[in-house]
Design a protein around this ligand. Structure first.
Ligand code: GDP
Ligand code: IMO
Ligand code: MG
Length: 389
């Protein structure tokens, strides 16, 4: 059994950096694209034949007919959302079932997990995506969660009912959810797909592209706790979620926007308020791909970026959405100071991404973080892409 070279795409900010677009652009070189953590809290947008597609659970390699898509053990699957997503992609004419494989250790999000988020004050305080992520990971770590391996257990329906009842009994004043028919439809779909041992399956291939979801600053350990998600969105998540050792890790692509966005609550040192924030939201289409919420917008933060790069061992950067800043007279970048009193360097704006001012902005980032920009995304479409490294 060999060991694949695993190249990785990670978000370096608070998610929505453009990982879906970057994975779609890189995927053609790989036999496998694999998600390793997170679940349908992710919303990865790409354009296929001019049509916008938002993927929540299916890896962003799915539009390349020769690419297999894998969901590794560190991830969660909501069977209802998954079935809808498969249906939506099939409606676009995609045949994908024979190109999907799932780790037997992937855990299920049940209706009760989504319901727990509705009644939990923490979820409201954090501003979660309400996809049941926190409660499902909590069950995983409390060792009462349901991995896909349990689909082969004749007692599986009973296990679902018991876990539902376990949680519901703590909330005697609110009636717990029924388990809808769509849940069982989703379960049947999952049963029909290959459910494999992640350790062995991964080792059949020579190259894997690992697709991160969320971003480094949302990592359960390394992020802005408690305003984080419940998984390892960082390089650590790749090893655990795909059952590979550190030697397997090849190129680590760090994806960053030329500015910063954040959905949900929590600290945001470079946040912009007022008309400029509204302009960025409008021009950058900064509305959550999963929840439709407006994303908070701010300047690029090199202090946070240096941290994310050091933490993940990022070897090359993919810079996205600099086109959104075209036309601004001034672009700022945080270079230091404290989180409450950040200090900025100011750049003259650019009208196109061929302007000298933009090149100076890129050079400055590269010098400051000592990692090259190896690819530039110049728009949302697949062909809006320049690869240098
Ligand atoms: P992800 O979660 O990291 O995959 O990112 P999202 O899909 O949530 O958000 C990124 C948004 O920016 C999507 O609407 C993309 O279509 C869009 N996008 C990605 N790259 C670029 C780019 O270089 N320029 C512009 N204007 N939009 C981009
Ligand atoms: P992608 O993969 C941006 C945020 C939520 C909330 C916090 C916790 O598209 O980049 P959760 O539902 O995970 O418990 O919510 O994390 N969040 C994201 N923000 N992009 C995402 O995914 C996110 N997934 C979760 O807004 O603040
Ligand atoms: Mg997103």
């Amino acid at each position: 059994m060999g060991l694949p070279r695993v190249d990785v795409v990670l978000g370096l900010q608070w998610g929505d950096e453009g990982k879906g677009k970057v994975v779609d652009a890189l995927a053609v070189e790989y036999p496998v694209v694999a998600r390793f953590q997170g679940g349908p809290n992710a919303g990865h947008t790409l354009y296929h034949q001019g049509q916008k597609v938002v993927l929540h659970q299916i890896p962003a390699g799915i539009f390349h007919p020769n690419v297999l898509c894998f969901i590794g053990d560190g991830a969660l699957i909501d069977p209802e959302v998954f079935a809808q997503e498969v249906k939506g992609l099939e409606a676009l004419g995609l045949s994908l079932r024979e190109r999907l494989a799932l780790g037997r250790g992937v855990q299920l999000i049940l209706p009760i997990h989504r319901w727990l988020e509705e009644v939990s004050p923490e979820s409201a305080r954090i501003g979660t995506t309400r996809r049941g992520i926190g409660p499902a990971y909590a069950d995983r770590y409390a060792r009462r969660g349901l991995p896909l391996a349990q689909l082969d257990n004749p007692n599986f329906p009973q296990q679902v009912k018991e876990l539902t009842a376990y949680h519901a009994r703590h909330f005697s004043d609110v009636p717990p959810p029924e388990i809808p028919e769509d849940f069982w439809v989703g379960i049947e779909l999952l049963r029909s797909l290959p459910r494999v041992d992640t350790f062995s399956w991964i080792r059949q291939f020579d190259r894997i592209l690992a697709e991160g979801s969320q971003g480094t600053l949302l990592d359960i350990f390394a992020g802005t706790y408690p305003y984080v998600t419940s998984s390892h969105t960082t390089i650590a998540g790749v090893l655990a979620g795909l059952s590979v050792p550190p030697q397997a890790i090849g190129t680590v692509w760090g994806v960053l926007k030329a500015y910063t966005t954040r959905v949900g609550s929590g600290p945001f040192p470079t946040e912009i308020h007022g008309p400029l924030a509204a302009w960025l939201q409008e021009k950058g289409g900064e509305r959550g791909a999963t929840t439709g919420r407006l994303r908070r917008c701010g300047w690029l933060d090199l202090v946070a970026l240096r941290y994310a790069i050091a933490l993940n061992g990022v070897s090359v950067l993919a810079l996205t959405k600099a086109d959104v800043l075209c036309g601004l007279p001034e672009v700022k970048v945080r270079i230091g100071g404290s989180d409450t009193h950040p200090t900025y360097k100011s750049f003259s704006g650019w009208l196109t991404l061929n302007d000298e001012n933009f090149k100076e902005f890129v050079r400055f980032i590269e010098q400051e973080v000592r990692v090259p920009v190896g690819a530039l995304s110049t728009g949302p479409n697949r062909e809006d892409w320049k690869r240098y490294l």
